[in-house]
Design a binder for this molecule. Structure first.
Ligand SMILES: [Zn+2]
Length: 114
């Protein structure tokens, strides 16, 4: 599961929102006059949230597209990263070279899945 797919980015934004809310209360109680700075941070958080939602929606389109094509999964012997290629791509040749998207290691793989 990638960082974008996970709930972690939402958690980070939520924690930041809590911290900023705390500083907002602090500002109100102690008259610190941080309104401009706080407003700027609120703006940044809002942009981050919008970007995150956008990235996730783009990823969802990718997922539905890949469902139509049968995927074959391979595990990199070097870094154990699991990655997928389309079945049609795999069937094109008897042997083909795969490059691991994670560590960049290349290797020839038989078309018979493990
Ligand atoms: Zn690898």
């Amino acid at each position: 599961m990638s960082f974008i797919q996970s709930r972690l980015p939402y958690g980070i934004i939520f924690i930041w929102a809590c911290i900023i809310f705390f500083f907002t209360l602090w500002d109100i109680f102690y008259q610190k006059e941080w309104q401009q700075e706080l407003l700027a941070v609120y703006g940044i958080l809002l942009i981050l949230a919008v970007v995150l939602i956008f990235l996730r929606s783009v990823h969802k389109i990718d997922e539905t597209a890949s469902e139509e094509e049968q995927m074959v999964y391979y595990q990199c012997p070097s870094c154990q990263e699991i990655f997928s290629i389309s079945k049609s791509q795999r069937d094109a040749e008897e042997f083909f070279t795969l490059t691991c998207p994670d560590c960049g290691k290349t290797g020839k793989i038989s078309t018979t899945p493990k």
